[in-house]
Design a protein around this ligand. Structure first.
Ligand code: ADE
Length: 352
């Protein structure tokens, strides 16, 4: 699937809804100035944009790595808007054959951004077309086979590839090395999420007080996409069950209904922790065993669910597998099969 947009003309703030002509508000920031958090990355991108515009060149190829919902796609769209170029979007799994990518590459115009989401899932055969495209702005067509094989080099317009991945480690080194800028996006701090929730509430025109804002930011798993999703659910709740205003009390009741607990963990997160603790005595247990017990794809566990549990210290990764920590036991109020104490192990490490 290919999607083409123009950074120049697209109004990213408001999109016309189809059937009911309702106005859907797009919460994504459309400039780096509006973008909250990831400050160092934003600064790097600002410099890259200014330099490229000054030299009237296309941007270097960029790779964004990090868990879902942290803003990789948003940043790619912002780059197109700020450069005043088109953005053509596709994804690793959508590009099945060399020809799929070739069709896109040969239609690129000067300066276009090609955004490939989940670039780690690009088939090897397709990936190989990218090497000369990225390095020399050319693709090599091969005619005939064996001793009769001839190649024809087809020139491309200079373009920028922006790749997004949740697993940079799965990229082959030739591909990884061809990106001029590679950045890891990290989970957002609570104070950044507070600003994001405030901004989104203003765009959605929903009244919210500071405590309500803080409650959402605190439970958003360090992730803007989660913060915005919670905000929308709580807005519904506030409209139906109260006077429309989001307060701390309304947020607490709405989040209870959503199954989101004090730490922002959902049903699946708690199931994962309980599986490690109750089925595998607190670990260590391999990720495949957890995935098969929970009947969830290993990739979803690795890319979507586990990163926040690791980051917030509910789970640790050891060479033998995953272990639940004291934080997980305390949070779930379970005392049996006690896991390792992070503080004790830190002390032990310091002593040794
Ligand atoms: N909405 C979603 N992510 C955002 C961000 N990083 N800054 C501002 N608004 C956002």
């Amino acid at each position: 699937m290919i999607h083409e947009e123009s950074g120049k003309t697209e109004d990213f703030l408001m999109e016309q809804g189809s059937a009911e002509e309702e106005i859907v508000v797009n919460l994504r920031p459309k400039s780096l100035a509006e973008y909250i958090g990831q400050e160092k990355i934003a600064e790097t991108l600002k410099i890259a944009i200014e330099a490229a515009l000054k030299r009237q060149e296309s941007l270097d190829h960029i790779l964004f790595n990090g868990p879902p919902g942290l803003g990789k796609t948003t940043l790619a769209h912002i780059m197109a808007i700020e450069m005043g170029t088109r953005i053509i979007t596709s994804s690793g799994p959508a590009l099945e054959k060399g020809g799929d990518l070739m069709g896109i590459l040969t239609h690129l115009e000067k300066g276009d951004i090609l955004f490939i989401d989940e670039i780690h899932r690009l088939p090897k055969i397709v990936e190989e077309f990218l090497y000369p495209a990225m390095e020399d702005f050319a693709v090599d067509f091969v005619f005939d086979k064996g001793v009769h094989a001839r190649t024809h080099r087809y020139r491309l317009e200079p373009f920028t590839l922006i790749g997004a991945t949740t697993r940079a480690g799965l990229l082959s080194s030739p591909l990884r090395e061809r990106f001029g800028i590679t950045r890891d996006l990290d989970f957002y701090q609570e104070k950044e999420l507070v600003l994001i929730v405030k901004r989104s509430a203003a765009l959605l025109d929903v009244p919210i007080d500071d405590e309500g804002t803080f409650e959402i930011a605190r439970r958003a798993r360090g992730t803007p996409r989660v913060a915005n999703r919670l905000l929308k659910r709580i807005r519904d709740f506030a409209q139906v069950r109260a006077d429309g205003k989001i307060t701390r009390a309304i947020a607490i009741d709405a989040l209870a209904l959503e199954g989101i607990d004090e730490h922002g963990l959902g049903e699946t997160d708690r199931k994962l922790l309980k599986t490690i603790i109750l089925n595998y005595k607190g670990g260590p247990v391999g990720i495949e065993a957890i995935a098969s017990t929970l009947q969830i794809e290993t990739d979803v566990l690795l890319d979507v669910i586990e990163p926040y549990l690791l980051k917030s210290g509910f789970v640790i990764r050891t060479s033998q597998g995953r272990k639940a920590t004291d934080i997980a036991y305390t949070h779930l109020n379970i005392t049996e099969h006690k896991g390792p104490n992070l503080f004790d192990s830190a002390k032990t490490k310091r002593r040794s």
